[in-house]
Design a protein around this ligand. Structure first.
Ligand code: AMP
Ligand code: MG
Length: 408
């Protein structure tokens, strides 16, 4: 629409350019299993055991040897096997063994017949079905073989991995220390929540969004608060963050109006690139190195800050933390209404996806202005519209990216 987008950097190039420079910077440490929740595995976990560790019964019923079974002839019960109390002693020919779920099957068992397929008359058990060899027996190592890699290095431990590791008897785990991330917001107009606003002030919202994302990612956050647009204070904050953290994330001050100011400081302190990204919202973005720490400068507009965090910072932090990068989940949905779009930039519109009569459908949250933050909390996905695409008509297929895909 007359807007020159030729000089803009494609998102995929920016992401690739960043990831190529980054490597894991978090040392390995041993943690007891419960404390390892949320941490990233520093090495593969190979199973020290077979799971299950012995052949055992999948049912409550009777262990039998097929050669003992003759249709209609009952077998005498020779004894019992419980979980944790295996059957002891000889198993005489022509007998069966009462067995409970999880109990080791006695040596020589061919099958377990479930209780419901038998009739008991005291110790005399009649079998109503002819079992298949191996029926209802969970074989040693059928879930996990001894020595098999159960979790690769780079896995972030969630509640789903905890019982798995416990089942293998793993008491301590080699994990990465958390990535330490300093954050601050820049802007004379910003006030922290809990303080009154003067005319022209607004509340600092970005820092709370970024902090929340860092908490979900398992990073340690050093929150340096709000830094006014003042070179001396900014310089002190940059230096402190560089000394104390692995990464610094700031919001604001990287757009054309202010970039020169921040740029001067950052050029002097490190090597920072100021990029104009071919995405909407979130065009200005800065990335580079301070003497020790990596630097990510997000745009001030709250929606732009969130989009650039999700699309660029999150995968970069994952790499620095040693976590395996997984591309965000993308699905196809039907646009339930027309969507405004002009060619030239990759759009991340805020959408509400829902299950329609013909499959997944998506609607816009309304105004896509990058300052309209309320639209983000009404949305449950990004509608990702390709760079060259124009206006979308109702009924067209579009790509949606559910929120939280990487972190659930
Ligand atoms: P800037 O990138 O500093 O030019 O800021 C762009 C817009 O985002 C301005 O309207 C700022 O007031 C607003 N903004 C900047 N930082 C924040 C913040 N931390 N929270 C809310 N709005 C912000
Ligand atoms: Mg500003």
């Amino acid at each position: 629409m007359g807007f020159d987008t030729s000089g803009l950097l494609p998102l995929s190039d920016a992401l690739q350019g960043m990831l190529e420079q980054l490597a894991c910077c978090c040392d390995c440490e041993q943690q007891p299993l419960p404390e390892a929740l949320g941490r990233v595995l520093a090495s593969d976990i190979a199973s020290p055991l077979a799971v299950p560790p012995f052949d055992n019964s999948a049912m409550d019923g009777y262990a039998v040897r097929l050669s003992d079974l003759t249709a209609g002839t009952p077998l005498i019960m020779a004894g019992k096997a419980f979980a944790g109390q295996p059957y002891q002693g000889e198993w005489p020919g022509g007998h069966c063994v009462r067995i409970m779920t999880g109990a080791p099957v006695p040596a020589g068992t061919d099958a377990v017949v479930m209780q419901e397929e038998t009739q008991a008359d005291g110790d005399r058990i009649t079998f109503l079905t002819q079992p298949e060899p191996g029926q209802n027996i969970r074989r040693t190592g059928s879930d996990i073989g001894k020595g098999a890699c159960v979790l690769p290095a780079g896995t972030r431990l969630t509640p789903r991995e905890m019982p798995l590791l416990a089942s293998l008897g793993v008491a301590t785990v080699a994990v990465r220390r958390p990535l330490k991330v300093a954050i601050f917001s820049t802007g004379d107009e910003l006030k922290p929540v809990g303080t009154p606003l003067a005319h022209g002030d607004i509340y600092d919202s970005n820092r709370y969004g970024v902090r929340a994302m860092l908490a979900r990612m398992g990073c340690d956050c050093l929150d340096l608060g709000i830094i006014p647009d003042d070179p001396a204070q900014l310089r002190a904050a940059f230096i402190r963050a560089d000394e104390e953290a692995d990464v610094l994330i700031t919001t604001g001050g990287v757009s054309v109006g202010e970039a020169d100011f921040t740029k001067q400081l950052l050029d002097e302190l490190g090597e920072i690139g100021f990029w104009k990204l071919a995405i909407k919202p979130g065009k200005p973005f800065a990335f580079g190195r301070l003497p020790r720490a990596w630097f990510f400068g997000l745009p001030g507009n709250p929606v732009s800050a969130m989009v650039t965090f999700d699309q660029l910072v999150q995968p970069a932090l994952a790499k620095l933390a040693g976590q395996r990068f997984e591309r965000p989940l993308q699905l196809q949905a039907i646009a339930a209404e027309p969507l405004k779009k002009s060619p030239g930039r990759l759009d991340f519109q805020r959408g509400i996806m829902s299950q329609g009569p013909n499959g997944l459908e998506v609607r816009s949250t309304g105004s896509q202005d990058s300052a309209v933050f309320s639209s983000l909390s009404r949305a449950n996905c990004y509608i990702v519209l390709e760079r060259e695409r124009g206006r979308v008509a109702a009924g067209e297929t579009v790509t949606v990216e559910p929120f939280g895909g990487l972190l659930l």
